[in-house]
Design a protein around this ligand. Sequence first.
Ligand code: GTP
Ligand code: MG
Length: 197
Amino acid sequence: MNYQNIEFLTSAETPVQCPPDIGREVAFAGRSNAGKSSAINSLTGHKKLARTSKTPGRTQLMNFFVLDDEVGRIVDLPGYGYAKVSKAVQARWQENLDLYLRSRASLMAIVLIMDIRHPLKPFDLAMLDWSSSAGKDILILLTKADKLSRNAAQQTAAKVRATLKQRNVSATIVPFSSTESTGQNEAWAFLDTIFDV
Ligand code: GTP
Ligand code: MG
């Protein structure tokens, strides 16, 4: 599919504000500043579709984007584990994220974005275990791979693969870079299977 044909649909803070729960949706999740919004931009070939920032906590709402002929939606989720917002705000984000994940029938797959230099933090493991037990397909993009040598990137991917095997979680694991367009083909192939195109 041509992922360039994508448009911003709406933002939501809580599940009731989300668009109708029909069709197919794929959510990009991960720690704050991991590179979720950048990955969406790089996969869709748009520089500013999803807003990015050097400062963690840029994406504070769930942002919904609709693909080509409404074949599906991509969701940019707020990052978790952002320490600089108040505990109360963090708890509210977490609660809304949990509600969304649990209630959203159209959510087919999770794209988990992890900085390749800091993979598998506690929230990531929780997200993986939850996604797996909820029966969602999982794509792991180990992003910012341009910060490591090819060898080191492959080593990290192998370690992540081993940890997932131990936890009995199956996922597609891809070293990725939004700046150098590494891993795009594998990511598109995964999305194609989810959107059945
Ligand atoms: P929140 O919305 O705050 O949760 O962050 P996010 O996960 O959406 O991260 P975002 O895409 O805003 O990127 C965070 C920072 O990482 C920005 O400064 C990006 O330019 C940088 N970044 C993202 N992806 C890459 C990458 O593949 N390589 C490099 N070198 N930098 C990246
Ligand atoms: Mg973001």
